[in-house]
Design a protein around this ligand. Structure first.
Ligand SMILES: *[C@@H]1O[C@H](CO)[C@@H](O)[C@H](O)[C@H]1NC(C)=O
Ligand SMILES: *[C@@H]1O[C@H](CO)[C@@H](O)[C@H](O)[C@H]1NC(C)=O
Ligand SMILES: *[C@@H]1O[C@H](CO)[C@@H](O)[C@H](O)[C@H]1NC(C)=O
Length: 402
């Protein structure tokens, strides 16, 4: 019986394969718009801003799939905005290096390379965005000065939908590396982000008012947050991320401005933090202008290697003191699961929940935590203020939830 059944299955399988092959449509090759055909030169000197803008215009107007192509070479590029909507699916392929003006004033924009109002955009390639930030980093000290000069972000996506970014390297941005605003259905994968640990305000990926995003297989070494989630983000899945050096994966800071929106649904999993100042943290201003919620968060399978503050909720965030006598944070944090988080904490306090007195954190669940500290000040400890929750499984340090 058995061989006969095998034969029937095999014949059936072949038939299905045949149907699949004969009915699949031929792949439409995208029309290529090579920046060199628009006069671009990869000599690291000539300003290619106009050539890139003109190539984009034609690619975006092409009624069908199109591909704007940047070959190997070093293409000096001023501030550019690539605006849609486009007439077809569009890809932006970078094989070479895009070189930013070293002087921030020569960019004349908040974002060096900015994509706006586009659906079905794919940014990919083995190329590099070199922000040449070194010269401008020394000019700013935003730790002390709230009104420090605004430097350009390497690449931004505003109102971009059903799109993706794959494989790009962002190097030495002046301010943040990548910014996302009002983006929906976007996947980021295999991206490399590199800047020194002492480069100020070089957030890796900064996101606001966006939804349905995935960040995976991405390596972030930078001087500020690896990933910063701001107001109005929903349904995020972050996995296989390597963070460090950097300030960890953060929600916030939130609470400073009136019009902020809820953060709802964030999963951070299977990731490693190496030598970062923070692992995962949520920070809200001590005195908040907005009354919003940060809810439904899952942090799972995370390794902390020599992280200063592996787990932290800080609802007393006050970077420019004094902030006292201005009331408690009005931001409600609720339904946070922290599961299977292990490794080493540089500080004694490895788990810190400093929640709002008027809006205590609720439904915080700890499951299998093992964060050890090796220091003369004794083993790792946990700190709890205004937090309700539960703990199960192994628990190092001992929890302090009630
Ligand atoms: C984007 O994709 C989602 C899910 O596949 C779909 O529901 C939505 O309509 C798409 N949006 C656009 C602008 O095509
Ligand atoms: C808590 O958050 C998780 C993850 O988003 C979600 O699956 C679950 O339904 C939430 N629980 C409640 C009670 O809202
Ligand atoms: C926690 O991790 C340490 C170091 O890796 C290990 O020696 C210890 O057995 C672990 N503790 C628990 C309770 O799993």
């Amino acid at each position: 019986m058995a061989p006969c059944i095998d034969f029937v299955f095999m014949a059936f399988g072949l038939l299905l394969l045949l149907i699949a092959v004969t009915t699949s449509r031929p792949i439409t090759r995208p029309k290529v718009f090579d920046v060199r055909s628009y006069g671009a030169k990869g000599d690291g000197k000539m300003d290619n801003t106009n050539a890139f803008t003109n190539a984009w215009k034609d690619a975006c107007r092409w009624n069908g799939p199109s591909k704007m192509y940047i070959p190997l070479g070093t293409f000096y590029l001023g501030g550019v905005t690539f605006v849609g909507p486009c007439d077809g699916k569009i890809s932006f392929v970078i094989d070479g290096t895009l070189l930013a003006p070293p002087n921030n004033d020569d960019i004349k924009k908040e974002i060096w390379i900015n994509f706006r109002y586009i659906n079905y955009l794919t940014v990919f390639g083995d190329g590099t965005l070199d922000g040449q930030g070194k010269k401008s980093w020394s000019l700013i000290d935003c730790q002390k000065d709230n009104n420090c000069p605004k430097l350009a972000i390497n690449m931004g996506f505003d109102f971009v939908k059903n799109s993706s970014m794959n494989g790009i390297t962002s190097l030495n941005s002046k301010a943040g590396h990548f910014n996302f605003l009002s983006v929906d259905h976007f996947s980021i994968t295999r991206v490399n982000i590199i800047a020194p640990s002492n480069s100020p305000n070089t957030d890796g990926i900064k996101i606001a008012l966006s939804s349905n995003m995935q960040i995976s297989n991405t390596h972030i070494s930078t001087g500020d947050d690896c990933i910063a989630m701001l107001s109005g983000n929903t349904n995020f899945d972050i996995y296989n991320v390597k963070c460090g050096p950097g300030h960890g994966i953060s929600i916030g800071s939130l609470g400073k401005n009136k019009d902020e929106k809820n953060v709802n649904g964030l999963m951070v999993r299977n990731s490693v933090f190496t030598g970062t100042t923070n692992g995962i943290r949520i920070k809200t201003w001590e005195s908040s202008a907005s009354t919003i919620r940060i809810i439904n968060l899952v942090y799972e399978n995370l390794q902390m290697i020599n992280v200063e503050n592996p787990i932290g909720i800080d609802q007393k965030y006050c970077p420019y003191p004094p902030c006292s006598n201005m009331g408690d944070s009005h931001i409600q944090i609720r339904n946070v699961t922290l599961k299977n988080i292990w490794g080493t904490s540089k500080n004694k306090v490895a788990v810190k929940f400093q929640c709002s007195k008027t809006f205590p954190c609720k439904d915080v669940q700890l499951i299998d935590i093992n964060l050890t500290h090796h220091g003369v000040d004794g083993p790792a400890s946990a700190l709890c203020e205004n937090v309700d929750g539960s703990a199960t499984g192994k628990m190092v340090p001992p929890h302090c939830l009630s």
